[in-house]
Each structure stands twice: as C-alpha cells, then as structure tokens.
Design a binder for this molecule. Structure first.
Ligand code: UDP
Ligand code: MG
Length: 326
C-alpha cells in the first residue's frame, strides 16, 4: 500500500518502556518495538521523529548497559537512567514528564512484551479519530496463572466498589495525548496510581482489546508481597472508604454493646445474673480489637499524608543518553 505521507497528520509518538532487571529480554523487546515503529512510520501513522524511550529503574543487572548500547546504534532510542529503583509507576512518569514538550502522543508499555504491540496501531487509529486516551484492555488473561487472574479481578472489583474509576483489566498499557499529560502534571501526589488518576482527567477515551501474552523471559517484578502492597496503595491513596468502613464497624460494635447492656439489665431484673466473667472479657477483647483496627487504619492514612506533605521528588534522573530534540 502506498501512502502519501505528506497528506497525513504527522503524530510524533513516544513509546515509554519502564525497565527493571530486564537484561534477558530487552534486546528482543527493542527489536520488536523498533520494527513496529518503522512499520508505523511507513504506514504514515506516526512521524519519522517518533522515538522509543527506555527508563532504567535502578536495575541491578546489565539493563543499563544494554539500553546504552541500543541508543548508540539506534538514533530513535532514548535511555533515561534513574538514580535508584523508584518503582514501575515512577519510571513511567519519568519517561513521560521528561519528554512532555517533545512529542504529541505517548504510549506506555512494559518491557516484557506481555502486551501486544500490534494494539498500538489500533490505539493510534482511535487517537486519530479524536480519542485523547486509549486504554489497552486484556480480554484474555489465560496466559496468567489462575492466582494472578483471580487476585487481579478481585482487585479491580474492590477498587470499583470503593468508587475508584479504574478501567477493568487495564494495566499501564495506554496511549495518552500530550494534552492529557499537561493536565496530569498538575496531579502532584507522591503515591502514584496512574490507573486511577488518568480516568479522573476526563476527555474522550476509548479502549482497545488485546490478548496478553506470557512473559517471554525474566521473571515478574511483582511477586505476591509487592502486588498486595501495590493494591493497598491503590486503595488507600484513592479512597477513604476503608475509614468509613471502620466507622460502620464502630457503630455496629456500639449497637452490640447496647444489646449486651440491655441483656444484662433484663437478667438483673429477673434475678438471674451470674457474676459474669464472659460478659466482661468478651466485649473487652472485642472492642480493643476493633480499636486497634481503627487506629491502624488511621495510621495508614496519616502516614500517607506525611509522605505527601514532604513532597519528595517522585523520581531522580541520573542521566539521559540523547536529547529528544536532537
Ligand atoms: N518495573 C519497573 N520498576 C519496578 C518493577 C517493575 O520499572 O520496580 C517494570 C518492569 O521492568 C516491567 C514493568 O515494570 O517492564 C512491569 O513489571 P512486571 O512485568 O514484572 O509485572 P507483571 O506484568 O508481572 O505484573
Ligand atoms: Mg509483565
């Protein structure tokens, strides 16, 4: 198919790829992304100045050396090295924010090729038709383990139930117009949960469905503990619903205590009170437990406030291989 490139709107695209200990797959990832980039340029969907940005999130293996090599041989690749491990969300943020002025639209994708690169073309079509955000949604998770699938589904359900507008089965594979990032730059929270923030920005959004593949090499950087932590952060940095639950629980406890009081009163009137050990100890343990839960939960939120108030940088860039403007 021949396309008259001069007639097409030339979208300058930046692909942002967070990388943490990905030496086993990075070379292959780059080959795939680079080929796909060239194809998109040939099809006239993106401008020839479009680039791929790898963000090294404090990897302890040879990831940075690989990124450096890639950038030396491919002028369409940019490497950003963070000063330490800041986490997936901050790595994405660094890649996006560093280039906000240089590109028209941005796609974030994981380094492990689990997300289908072919979906990027569809995302660009949607963008061309006016969508400001395009979410990549996995409609087939059969490549994930049963455990990962169930916990992930539970997570999305709980988030929705608590009023956080997450898109079901969407991780961080998405296209965003520069305008979205400009609005996003006003969101200053340290506890970043992009999946919750981006839908809050509004504008027209679309979904592109794709099949999620298995990780081809290397291992997941999200073992159970980190996954639970991520989910917990997602909930507590977005919703005060758990606090309200504690309040409900407290009211419920209070009602039970009243009930017990009435029971004791009635028993006394009818003269059948046995100097009750149970009726003292049982409520005592019960209520002290409830108190502890409430305090712990409040502590969690106070801790979050503390982190936000300090306003520490969300990432620190040690160096960048090439300037996007070059
Ligand atoms: N990642 C990162 N920093 C971290 C952990 C992960 O940049 O601290 C990157 C990782 O290299 C990958 C993406 O985030 O590109 C998603 O991680 P992973 O594939 O391990 O998560 P999963 O798909 O298993 O949930
Ligand atoms: Mg993965």
């Amino acid at each position: 198919m021949t396309v008259d490139l001069s007639q097409m709107p030339q979208t300058k695209l930046l692909l942002v790829v967070p990388c943490y200990n990905e030496e086993e797959i990075l070379t292959k990832t780059h080959r795939t992304l680079q080929q796909y980039r060239t194809r998109l340029v040939q099809e006239g969907k993106i401008a020839p100045e479009s680039k791929i940005c790898y963000v090294n999130d404090g990897s302890r293996d040879r990831t940075w050396q690989l990124i450096d090599d890639i950038c030396n041989t491919d002028t369409h690749a940019i490497g950003i090295k963070l000063s330490r491990n800041f986490g997936h969300q901050s790595a994405i943020l660094a890649g996006l924010m560093h280039h906000i002025q240089d590109f028209d639209c941005f796609v974030t994708i994981d380094a492990d090729l689990q997300d289908d690169v072919e979906a990027i073309g569809q995302m660009l079509d949607q963008h061309h038709d006016g969508a400001m955000v395009v979410y990549g949604v996995r409609d087939d998770r059969s490549s994930d383990t049963w455990f990962k699938r169930t916990t992930a589904e539970g997570f999305y359900k709980v988030m929705r139930w608590m009023g956080v507008p997450v898109v079901f089965n969407h991780a961080d594979f998405r296209l965003m117009d520069r305008r979205i990032l400009e609005e996003f730059s006003h969101f200053k929270e340290v506890n970043l949960f992009l999946r919750g923030i981006i839908p809050l920005i509004g504008f027209r959004s679309e979904k592109v469905f794709y099949k999620r593949f298995e990780r081809e090499a290397g291992e997941t950087k999200y073992p159970l503990k980190k996954m639970l932590l991520f989910a917990w952060n997602g909930v507590t940095s977005f919703s005060t619903f758990p606090m309200r639950l504690v309040l409900y629980f407290g009211v419920f406890n209070f009602l039970i205590a009243m009930g017990i009081g009435v029971y004791i009163g009635v028993s006394y009137l009818f003269g059948s009170t046995v100097a009750g050990w149970t009726s003292i100890v049982l409520p005592m343990t019960f209520f002290s437990g409830a108190n502890m839960i409430a305090l712990g939960l409040i502590g969690e939120y106070v801790g979050k406030i503390y982190e936000e108030v300090k306003g520490r940088p969300r990432y620190i860039i040690e160096k960048v291989t090439t300037d996007a403007a070059q």
